[in-house]
Unconditional design. Sequence first.
Length: 268
Amino acid sequence: MPQNSKKIAKKVVTKKATVKAQVKTTVKKSVPAAAKKAVAKKLVATKASVKKAPAKKAQVAKVVKAPVKAVVQKQVAAAVVVKAPVQKTAAPVAAKMAYKVGCHVVYPTHGVGKILAEETQMIGDVELRMLVIAFEKDKMTLRVPVSRATAAGLRPVSSLEQIRKVFITLKSRARTSRGMWSRRAQEYEAKINSGNIFAIAEVVRDLHQNVDQSERSYSERMIYESALSRLVGELAASEGTDHKTATDKLMKLLRGKVAAAAELKEAA
């Protein structure tokens, strides 16, 4: 019996050895095959990507070419814009023709004045042509270089067509603000000192609604009178009348507007 058991044990050991050998051989055979399949798949993928690469390059080329054209167009436009101001060489001549002796002009910070003369002054080694402008209301005389007149804000008196537009502005609805008066006063003064006749008309329009109120502040009354004086001076110079006639015309228009507004309120 012991010998039989030994034989059986030897048989079991040999069977186990053969099984292990078979497993190893099968694993060795199967692994290379799987690896080969993976490598083949990678090769197919890379070939497909290589074929598609030229299309991507073409797209990139299109994207790159488009901005280049846009840049060239911008450069051409910039060149055109730069060349345009060169045509303004005749500006001093036009300014000289617009500002003639005896004509009325408007200076932003002083209003309407009259050109009394044109004289030459030497400042160092530079010879300058100067406009001598008299402001009757302020009783002052101002000298402005002809070459810098437009840049300084000097302009001719408004035309009759512009005056008609000013009347439309005065008849329009006043704009009221609930903000602090100090801030509104600064805005009104900036409009007056701008020399823009339409901005000045807006100040007169907005402040005239409180002209008869006793509680109106001193600064508000002064700003209103300053704007009204500027408007009267330009209207008189434009229409060739005196200040009294221009004042009566403006006040008639403003009072008629107030009366019409009061009638609408009563009717409502």
